[in-house]
Design a protein around this ligand. Sequence first.
Ligand SMILES: [Zn+2]
Length: 278
Amino acid sequence: MEKKISVCLTFDFDAISLWLGGFHATSLSAISRGEFGRVGAERLIAMLREWNIKSTWFIPGHSAETYPQIVEQLVADGHEIGNHGYLHTNPKDPEDEAEILDRGNEVLTRMTGQRPIGHRSPGAGLSYNMVDLLHDRGFLYDSSLMGDDFSPYYLRAGDRHPNDGPYVFGKNIDVVEIPFTWGLDDFPAFEFVSSRNGIQQGLSAPSAVYEIWAGDFDYLYDRLGEGVYTLTMHPQVIGRGHRLLMLEKLVRHIGSHRGIEFKTMAEVARGWKQSHQL
Ligand SMILES: [Zn+2]
């Protein structure tokens, strides 16, 4: 069987917003970890140029406004930019959710000249309400859920979770979900975080992460032969030297296979919709 694998390199350019919004940091040391995101982003932009790969960047409005030069370079190089909220927060109040989604859209549209058609929830905190908002706003796709691994699917509206019966699945809606997983995300593996919620050890050897990331790719390629392989990375995390070397090695490994194609998530979502009716 001919192999048909799409590979999405995705980068969440959380930068300082992650520490302010996600971790409520106040120290300059914590905030400077986000500042390193600029260094990582510049290295990645250069590498992607060298590899001639178009990737997808989810950028909080706060990061875009803090680092307009990074957004400019990404647009100039033809990368896709998706909505990632404003200050990397997931408010509980539906009205606040709508406001943050719209603010992210407003900033990115103003800065890139294009309205984002993709969305990833900050910290993978997608709510039932947000599904409706994405549909209302005409988003093409989301990438925050883990209901499958290598196969996109349609988001559902109207899911319910009663405590006295089975889960109730709602109706498919016209927004594609391109799933992600923490296992193919650099943050839990690599980032040491000590916060009010406890300690995340991180700081994995790149060889251990390579084993996981390549292992999932090899399974997809050898056993399934068709699907979407999505990596989720953060410039402030993957941008350290030893990790970039690991990423280089993985991209070489993936690129050595026939029937694979690096694509943006928008390209994947459009292609998938053509062969999967709602
Ligand atoms: Zn993020």
